[in-house]
Ligand binder design. Structure first.
Ligand code: ADP
Ligand code: MG
Length: 352
């Protein structure tokens, strides 16, 4: 498969406020927040990948870098093997047509004074995809594609429900006939029934149009429904990546397992396995950044910083002691059971 996006050891550091004064006459140094800390990711053409993690893990920052909206502090982002920060005018125009973004705040991303007809006609006219006289028909086609009636065209964003406004955001993303859709928390905060309708719509459109999808969500359930691959992020790093099926059946990073257990499921008592909250990325701890919340952390975990390592197949994990599974044969077929304590896999780590 052709690689469409390559994120190569990307770092993103922000300066935030001033730290404590080291001495009476010493100036206060600016504090550095590492929003992304060595992220490496490849997205193949036609693939669908979910970036999953708690709020503050760096998902939106990674997406802003992939869209070229911000520059990386270090490392590079390539789109079809070209650095997105060195595009010439023509490549930039092609990129903005090829790669559509669905914003986290769909309503806020639309001009409240523009009717939906104009919201959808704008990208069509901007990219020269139709004339002004053809725009009305193209807008109606787009509305139909996302399951909205024609009368929506004459409404303002404020007159639409949460689900309808997200459908308009999908229609606007499709207007320029993109190859890639990047969506940030596009179904978060909706009623479950509306969320399910939107997920079905996105899945159908991606399949029919052969789109590549990068979908940001804090919800592993949503990720598993929509995407073939999952990358789990924690404090500016990818800590586990692999096929959705592998990750959901046999998570190898304790954080992934914690995320899965934290989801309420019908008829199952909730075991809140993730203690506390994601720490601040300003003063990162020594060793593994997840150690403070990991129920399996050992002394080594507080000293060594694990590197994202491939298992030789399709999975990458950043853990000194990833979870392992042993097959136990039961009546009716084989079932995999997580061993109680994690067993060391050739640890790859750096002391910090
Ligand atoms: N422009 C910015 N200035 C300072 N800090 C930022 C900025 N953007 C993001 N951050 C910080 O970077 C970290 C990652 O944020 P973000 O990418 O929004 O995470 P997510 O989308 O996973 O919730 C957070 O700690 C956030 O506060
Ligand atoms: Mg975000």
């Amino acid at each position: 498969m052709t690689t469409i996006f390559s994120v190569l050891d990307v770092e993103k550091t922000y300066q935030v406020g001033l730290g404590p004064r080291a001495g009476l006459f010493k100036p206060r140094a600016p504090r550095l927040l590492k929003a992304l800390n060595g992220v490496r990711l490849e997205v193949a053409e036609g693939d669908s990948i979910a970036l999953v993690g708690e709020s503050g893990s760096g998902k939106s920052t990674l997406v802003r870098l992939m869209l070229g909206l911000e520059a990386a502090s270090d490392g590079r982002v390539l789109y079809r093997n070209a650095d997105i920060n060195s595009f010439d005018e023509q490549a930039r125009r092609q990129f903005s047509r090829d790669v559509a973004f669905i914003y986290q705040d769909a309503r806020g991303s639309m001009n409240p004074r523009m009717k939906i007809r104009d919201v959808l006609a704008e990208p069509l006219l901007l990219h020269g995809l139709c004339t002004e006289s053809e725009a009305d028909q193209r807008v109606l086609d787009l509305l139909a594609k996302v399951g909205l009636s024609a009368d929506m065209a004459w409404r303002y964003p404020a007159e639409l429900s949460g689900g309808q406004v997200r459908r308009v955001a999908v229609a606007r993303a499709l207007a320029a006939e993109p190859k890639v859709i990047i969506a940030d928390e596009s179904v978060a905060g909706l009623d479950v029934s509306v969320q399910a309708q939107l997920l079905n719509l996105l899945r159908k459109l991606c399949r029919e149009m052969g789109l590549t999808l990068v979908f940001i969500t804090h919800d592993l359930g949503v990720a598993s429904y929509l995407c073939r691959r999952v990358a789990v992020m924690y404090l500016g790093r990818i800590v586990e990546e692999g096929s959705t099926e592998d990750i959901l059946h046999q998570p190898r990073h304790p954080y992934t397992r914690g995320l899965m257990r934290a989801f309420p499921s019908f008829g199952r008592p909730l075991t809140a396995s993730l203690k506390g909250e994601i720490p601040s990325p300003i003063d990162l701890p020594r060793g593994c950044r997840f150690a403070s919340r990991c129920q399996d952390a050992r002394d080594e975990c507080r000293e060594l910083d694990p590197v994202l390592t491939s298992d030789g197949q399709t999975r990458r994990v950043a853990c000194l002691f990833p979870l392992t599974y042993s097959a136990t044969v039961q009546e009716g077929g084989a079932q995999h059971v997580a061993t109680g304590s994690p067993v060391a896999m050739a640890p790859a780590a750096v002391a910090r």
